[in-house]
Design a protein around this ligand. Structure first.
Ligand code: SF4
Length: 331
């Protein structure tokens, strides 16, 4: 029976190459691709270009949507954060641990990644790669085909399931070796290297912290909505999301049944999605925010108010909120 490996597939060139190197020597490879929490609830990863690149290279994929458990890790990552709210080391450990669980349940022999020694300053030093391997509970069964010859032999190499001599010894941040390998393998289509996920974005990082600190019962739609619109923390228990364009307005309306109040202007202007305890003054304030970012013809122009998806009636736009009042609330 052919040896079997679970490939942590990021969608990038390195993990494609790692998979192909193994397949070239007869390993059966199955990819696992993680869907980050900022993906829309109706996002279909199997239709993504990354999934197509895997298919083109003969790598079957399964998808793992990161949920509440992952967010609890983000709340309190044992290895801390990178520059923003990106818990890269614990994120890697989480991914590899999940791939390890799949390895166990599928009866596969090892987990492989596209990691390259020295490619990233924090998580891909030799020391940290060893640490991640230990912490993920995969000691000896985590293979990095692109750098394998620079690392101690893993169990599948020692057992002869994988021929170490046919793996690579790539290190560093350069991309030439990978490009060469891609050319040799005839891989022409792949995603360009990403700079980091949304957790590394300064504004999103603030919103993530705000959510984790103030909304104990958040769900994954709340996490998705962090990537849309302007966010205003009005009070400890009241947050607004203000659409910035038609696409965002449509998304806020789509998930509007989860809002304690959703205001949809009948003039050109933003949809406002509000979560928290809301009195009449709050509704008036929200309407004035919509008026500030919209183009009502006068203070009597209406917005439709929905509470938890149920239409309540109309409220007037009122006088546009002042920029100074809004600026201090932005997160
Ligand atoms: S950049 Fe984002 S996805 Fe990548 S390791 Fe860091 S937290 Fe995880």
């Amino acid at each position: 029976m052919a040896p079997r490996g679970i490939l942590l597939y990021s969608g990038g060139l390195d993990s494609l190459l790692a998979g192909r190197l193994l397949m070239e020597q007869g390993v059966e490879v199955e990819g696992i691709m993680f869907v980050l929490p900022f993906a829309a609830p109706d996002y279909r990863p199997e239709e993504s270009p990354q999934a197509a690149y895997a298919r083109d290279n003969g790598i079957p994929l399964r998808f793992f949507r990161l949920g509440r458990e992952y967010m609890e890790m983000v709340r309190n990552p044992p290895h801390g954060y990178g520059k923003r709210s990106n818990p890269c080391i614990d994120c890697k450990i989480y991914f590899i641990r999940k791939a390890g669980e799949l390895m166990e349940s599928e009866g596969a022999d090892f987990v492989a990644t596209g990691e390259v020694v020295g490619q990233r300053p924090m998580s891909q030093t030799k020391h940290m790669m060893r640490h991640i391997e230990t912490q993920s509970g995969l000691k000896g069964r985590l293979l990095r085909p692109l750098s394998a010859r620079l690392l101690p032999p893993t169990i599948p190499e020692r057992e002869g399931l994988v021929d170490r001599e046919r793996l690579m010894g790539i290190s560093g941040r350069g991309r030439f070796a990978q490009m060469d390998l891609a050319r040799r393998m005839g891989i022409v289509e792949y995603a360009s290297p990403a700079g980091g996920c949304l957790f590394t974005d300064v504004q999103i990082a603030r919103r993530v912290r705000d959510l984790l600190e103030r909304v104990p019962d958040f769900d994954m739609t709340d996490v998705y909505l962090l990537s849309l619109g302007r966010h205003l923390r009005v009070r400890e228990d009241l947050k607004l999301i203000v659409g910035r364009n038609e696409t965002e307005n449509a998304e806020l309306e789509k998930y509007g049944s989860g809002a304690d109040a959703l205001l949809v202007p009948l003039f050109k202007g933003p949809v406002v999605f509000a979560c928290g305890g809301l009195g009449d003054d709050d509704i008036r304030f929200i309407a004035s925010v919509a008026a500030r970012y919209g183009r009502p013809s006068g203070s009597g122009d209406p917005l439709t108010l929905f509470r938890r998806g149920v239409r309540q009636g109309e409220v007037p736009a009122g006088v546009p909120a002042e920029d100074g009042a809004i600026r201090g609330l932005m997160i």
